[in-house]
Design a protein around this ligand. Structure first.
Ligand code: GDP
Ligand code: MG
Length: 606
């Protein structure tokens, strides 16, 4: 295929607007996926993605499409919509010449539609606006077109109307991709230059790197060099994703392909790196802005003997999720573990689930926290205790200095954008006030929808703010945010005690004003989450030695298997086995078994 006949594009949209379903239809038309194969969202290959029905990784696929006697190579990238996976969208856009901006004709423009639109415009990408779900009874394409016009100056006549589910209007999508999106500015006669934009770990072949071949070509056995590290690698395998891997002998400019090479350490694959042939150096291509993690949590092996295995699993998974940061950390209660940084709670949850499903790891997760800045009292002995610096960063409750060492606390804030139908405005404003938000603006988007911006503490939004807004508005309001400055605040460390023993992974840095409400809420939820056991369990929430909340879980009175009165031995054995398997997921503290991921569960209310 000629370079002029290549199109690289991403599908971007708010969560659930139908990106993965549209990708399915595009795959079917081009024969890459069989119709009625029974499989949906085929690009969502990960177990977590199928289970949760969301895309967490951007996925690339190469399609051949015939149009007016010409054959086109379409490289499609399906992206996640949830704000926690914004990094995946950024990476995908850097390999694209244009985007399909998909909007649900029923729900209309949402917060991530706006965020994604601005990302694409910022990269000068051509935008193909498409309304999806026009088959729905309440679809209102005219209204959505008006919104697209008033928000982004998109003309209604440029907007396509499709139903990805029923396969209506799919041909027009292909036509617009070919007509509107420019071919890559690639040159086959120039020296080889490729952009690494994703990589993952394969058990047999090691690190596999997904690259956009900008110029020239690369063949099996050639030596290629990383601009970032200057390291030299031998090309071991080359393939196209169709979506199955198809081995090829060479990759040429304009293609997106998978390159297997002798990479030993997963840290060597740097997202955004440029590769060239040995002996013909080139300028690196665009380097992209790295997003910074917003929340941090400790991840510890349930048994110290698993430490090395856990590290291996984390390293491999980080290769596939480059925003995640990790560093070793030690705790008196939990032993040797790691501190990892994520973009949000869902991101953390998905990462942990992948550790379990793809690497059979069973780690203990500590309460996630944002990074606070703390100005210490300017006294020699105090500064010395904290490493000599006057301002320190803390994301681990363990390191929160004693109150009498602190001059001032600072916490990170964000500017949040909320779009909601006007009927929910009261509830949403109350929620923002409860979460210590300050309204910055409010405008009418159209007759019945309002767009507001709020400055909010990051700690209040990373956890479940988005889900809370969804549940208050029956799913109709949406939320997105960007980082803002640190502001002065007042913090305390809330500790959770089980039968008098502090549980390190459950301690938390909280705003002083909310400490009591938070403690009561947390202790109440722990009471529901910790299973009844042979001993009585006292749960206490304590700040600075003062008990703010307390609950008790009564002990079992009888052996759980007793009601089976001896009759059925196999059932009795089965029940005991189930119990002991359940226990594996537990960690024992002061003779109390606590689920290893208690904190994630505590935080998930919706
Ligand atoms: P994504 O999060 O943007 O990738 O969205 P998905 O492709 O996973 O789709 C979200 C939900 O919308 C799924 O339940 C789809 O079946 C449904 N959906 C997608 N396209 C259409 C459509 O054209 N019409 C209707 N009625 N439902 C659709
Ligand atoms: Mg999807």
């Amino acid at each position: 295929v000629k370079v002029e006949n290549i199109r690289n594009f991403s599908i971007i949209a708010h969560v659930d607007h139908g990106k993965s379903t549209l990708a399915d239809r595009l795959l079917e038309v081009t024969g890459a996926k069989k119709k009625n194969s029974g499989k949906n969202q085929v690009l969502d290959a990960l177990e977590v993605e199928q289970e949760r029905g969301i895309t967490v990784k951007a996925n690339a696929v190469s399609l051949l499409y015939k149009h007016e006697e010409e054959t086109y190579l379409l490289n499609l990238i399906d992206t996640p919509g949830h704000v926690d996976f914004a990094n995946e969208v950024c990476r995908s856009l850097s390999a694209s010449g244009g985007v399909i901006l998909l909007v649900d004709a029923n729900h209309g423009v949402q917060a991530q539609t706006i965020a994604n639109y601005h990302l694409a415009v910022g990269k000068n990408l051509k935008i193909v606006p498409v309304l999806n779900k026009i088959d729905l009874k309440h679809a209102n394409p005219e209204q959505v077109e008006q919104d697209l016009f008033s928000l982004f100056d998109i003309l209604p006549e440029d907007v396509l109307r499709v139903s990805a589910k029923l396969g209506i209007g799919i041909d027009s999508v292909f036509e617009h991709i070919i007509k509107k999106i420019p071919p890559p500015e690639s040159c086959r006669d120039e020296a080889f230059r490729a952009h690494l934009f994703d990589s993952w770990y394969d058990k047999y072949r090691g690190a596999l790197n997904l690259m956009f071949i900008k110029d020239g070509e690369v063949k099996l056995g050639q030596e290629i060099v990383s601009c970032e590290s200057k390291k030299i690698y031998i090309v071991k395998s080359l393939s196209l994703l169709t979506p199955e891997e198809k081995n090829v002998k060479k990759l040429i400019a304009g293609q997106i392909g998978l390159i297997g090479m002798n990479m030993r350490n997963s840290k060597e694959a740097v997202i955004g790196d440029t590769y060239h042939l040995k002996g013909s150096p080139t300028e690196p291509l665009e380097v992209f802005k790295k997003l910074r993690p917003m929340i941090f949590a400790g991840i510890y092996p349930s048994e110290q003997s698993q430490h090395v295995a856990l590290r291996g699993a984390i390293e491999k998974l980080v290769l596939n999720d480059s925003v995640v940061t990790f560093a070793p950390e030690t705790s008196p209660a939990l032993g040797h573990g790691f501190r990892l940084g994520f973009l949000g709670l869902l991101h953390l949850e998905v990462f942990v689930q992948r550790l379990q499903q793809e690497y059979q790891a069973e780690p203990i997760i500590t309460a996630p926290s944002v990074t606070y800045k703390i100005k210490l009292k300017n006294m020699k002995n105090i500064l010395k205790q904290h490493g000599g610096k006057e301002i320190i960063s803390v994301s681990n409750p363990k390191f929160l200095p004693e109150p009498n060492h602190v001059e001032e606390y600072f916490e990170p804030t964000v500017l949040g954008t909320i779009i909601t139908p006007s009927e929910y405005i009261g509830k949403i404003i109350s929620l923002c006030i409860e979460k210590r938000g300050i309204q910055k603006s409010s405008i009418n988007l159209d007759e019945n929808r309002i767009m507001m911006t709020y400055q909010l503490p990051l700690s209040e939004v990373v956890v479940d703010f988005h889900d809370h807004i969804k549940s208050l508005s029956s799913g109709f309001a949406s939320f997105d945010f960007e980082e803002k400055e640190y502001v002065s605040t007042n913090l305390v460390k809330l500790e959770i005690l089980l039968n008098g023993v502090p549980v390190e992974e459950l301690s938390n840095i909280v705003h002083a004003r909310n400490a009591e409400t938070f403690a009561k809420d947390l202790v109440g939820r722990l009471k529901e989450l910790i299973p009844r056991q042979m001993v009585m369990i006292a749960i206490q929430g304590v700040v600075g030695g003062k008990v703010l909340a307390r609950e008790t879980i009564r002990a079992y009175r009888k052996d759980v298997t007793q009601w089976l009165y001896g009759g059925d031995v196999t059932r009795r054995m089965k029940l005991l086995k189930q119990q002991s398997e359940g226990k594996k997921k537990m960690r024992s503290i002061a003779n109390v078994n606590v689920p290893r991921d208690t904190f994630i569960r505590v935080l998930k209310r919706f």
